[in-house]
Design a protein around this ligand. Sequence first.
Ligand code: PLP
Length: 395
Amino acid sequence: MKINSHFLDLKDNYLFSTVGAKTAAYRAAHPEKDVIRLSIGDVTRPLAPVVIEAMRRALDDLSRTETFKGYGPDRYVYAYEPLLASIRDSYARKGVAVSFGEIFVSDGAKSDCGNLLELFSADNTVLIPDPVYPAYLDANIMAGRRIIFADANEGNGFLPMPDESVRPDLIYLCSPNNPTGAAYSRAQLKAWVDYANRLGAVILYDAAYEYFIEDDLPRSIFEIEGARDCAIEICSYSKTAGFTGVRCGYTVIPDTLERGGVKLNRMWARRQSTKFNGVSYVTQMGAAAVFTEEGERQTRENIAYYKRNAAMIGETLSSLGIWYTGGINSPYVWMKCPRGMDSWSFFDYLLENANVVGTPGSGFGKNGEGFFRLTAFATAENTAEACLRLKTILK
Ligand code: PLP
């Protein structure tokens, strides 16, 4: 019997464990120091009250024989119609028409970012930006796929554009991006869509942070003409509505998207109904409250809280003359390490001199070397204090 030996090609990713271990060691050696973590990649604000109320009502349903729910409805691969309607309406507000059959409710974006690969042959070549959210890379290594990278760097504002000299079959794009916070414009996304359509490639578009967009930028790739013929969009309630622990997302596969004469939408429905049994009723009802009028208002309050933190960090870096991306349409600020330091040297310097923890950019890919990620998920008080300390040590 043979194992999938591609797993042996995976590199251990020590990024977050090393950050945690170094921080713990520093705290143990300096118990009197108040260490502030601007490395948090998880939300910290509680769920919106409308979501909690909707979940309570759903629990009540489960407590009564007449309203009890077991497996979700088969028709839309276990998604309940009120949730699908709220997602459809949220798209309609962006000027995008999607039908119930094009929406697949998931337990979050991460699973789909990897599982969608099952629709495509392992012989395909995949294009992945560098630096990047590590799950895309590892999922493709596990599948033994040929990987090429799109270099994101200071020169292109960490927004790589199509390279006509390569011919990928699959293209991962993430906008607003983790870790860089950079977000594509309409013209830039149009160039990717045209490129994918020319090549017959499929774009896997990760829109996990679209609710952080405030500038006039596309919030869905389906705002771009031609995207319905080449793109799959992966969305999440995690960062939008604080569902990192609750677990819910959705993926849109247009009915018009075909490859090899087959609708990918139908393939995915078949895949999901075989390998997935849906998201819990309570979770789906909570998620359905997010895109109601009141849900959006409450959700946006939390996002605004994080964005004020991001703005504080951005203003601090600007005042210090330090180059960065992100922080406006994203909870992430991606800064250039000052004084020519590499990512880990700056990590140590910041921890020891400011007692602030961030995430070394080199952990997200080779192009991340010399850069550093700060996040907006700490409290406003801690973010303000961390900014003061940055100003003191970096002025
Ligand atoms: N995609 C990106 C770019 C992310 O940064 C994250 C989480 O940090 C995810 C997907 C995972 O989201 P989910 O919690 O929905 O699985």
